[in-house]
Design a protein around this ligand. Structure first.
Ligand code: ACO
Length: 312
């Protein structure tokens, strides 16, 4: 891999979630479910619902959080989202570009819950090709209006949130080779119904797909980068279900503690879940300079993939 492609790092992070917490018990007053069922089947205790906000406003608050701690003029903007405010234009990235006064490339990426992995690669390519000096990569999702409250096996799984990472050139190689795939044959097992504007999912088949997609991605990343799992400090997976991660860790003999999970508090925030986890890890001091981190995503499309970072 060329230096241009590997000498890029994450220089700053920011995040935003609404203060409105919806616990499993509150959901149980709306739907025929219980805290016990949801927690034991998913690992989720609560999620945020961003009432009165949009995918764009959440993205903007996450970017403000980043800029508060790391002031810089933004060049390129890439936003991963499965729940844009408008079905066409303006994109969330265009709205951010207008608000931030940036003039670099701006686009949304739609690849379901793997969207953030795809978006990172787009941002990285913009820098490595010389199109941009830096790239803001945002994941923002307002999934709460897309929940079918008649479908209890799906409506309990999702939440709202946003997070942003800034990519800049680095002196040393900080970003290793990625692995990104799709499996279009499974597309109908996870989709947003265009007429009802509601998430539809065949939970069982997505579960099976997710476990093998995570394992395939981790194996491919280790092989491509000539690493062993012991060289990896953290695996930050898309937060879809604690049981998916536990099954994966067990089947492939990876210590479960290597996987960072925060699904308990935010549920599945689709393309925002990986950057939200990274922002939380950074803030709580879990990320140390030089640590190797695998990011791995999977979701609608079906899509999956991951990358390996060396923390700043
Ligand atoms: N509360 C109470 N009971 C429920 C609920 C609920 N919320 N949901 C389902 N049940 C019941 C069902 O009705 C069924 O009852 P029955 O046996 O009497 O018919 C029973 O629980 C089992 O239902 P299943 O759907 O088979 O439950 P399962 O154990 O498969 O768990 C789940 C469902 C959690 C959705 C699981 O399939 C899963 O995690 N799938 C993967 C989902 C996922 O990761 N999606 C996102 C990935 S991609 C992305 O992020 C967009």
């Amino acid at each position: 891999m060329s230096d241009e492609h590997s000498h890029i790092h994450i220089s700053a992070v920011g995040s935003y979630v609404s203060e409105r917490v919806v616990t499993n018990s509150e959901l149980a007053s709306l739907v025929d479910t219980s805290d016990e069922w949801i927690y034991s089947h998913t690992g989720i205790r609560e999620r945020r619902w961003a009432e009165g906000e949009t995918t764009f406003t959440m993205a903007y608050f996450a970017v403000q959080d980043l800029l508060k701690r790391y002031s810089i003029h933004i060049d390129a903007i890439v936003c991963a989202t499965a729940s844009p405010d408008y079905p066409g234009f303006p994109s969330v990235a265009s709205q951010l570009s207008e608000r931030l006064g940036s003039r670099g490339p701006a686009l949304d990426v739609s690849a379901g819950c793997t969207g953030f992995i795809y978006a990172l690669e787009v941002g990285r390519s913009m820098i490595s090709s010389g199109l941009a000096t830096n790239a803001l990569v945002v994941g923002s999702e307002k999934l709460s209006p897309l929940l079918d409250m008649e479908d209890r096996s799906t409506c309990v799984l999702f939440g709202d949130g946003a997070a942003a990472l800034l990519l800049e050139r680095s002196e040393e190689a900080r970003w290793l080779k990625s692995y990104i795939k799709s499996e279009g044959g499974g597309a109908s097992s996870l989709a947003i119904d265009p007429l009802r504007r509601a998430i539809m999912m065949d939970g069982r088949s997505v579960y099976t797909f997710a476990v093998s997609a995570i394992a395939e991605t981790i194996d491919a990343l280790l092989e491509r980068n000539n690493l062993t799992i012991s060289a990896i400090d953290w695996i930050v997976p898309h937060q879809a279900n604690q049981r998916i991660i536990a099954a994966c860790a067990k089947r492939y003999a990876i210590a479960e503690e290597k996987f960072y999970m925060n699904i308990e508090r935010y549920a599945n925030t689709s393309a925002a879940s990986i950057p939200l986890a990274l922002a939380e890890m950074e803030r709580s001091g879990l990320l140390q300079s030089g640590q190797k981190i695998i990011l791995v995503g999977f979701g609608a499309g079906l899509t999956y993939g991951g990358t390996v970072l060396v923390w700043k």
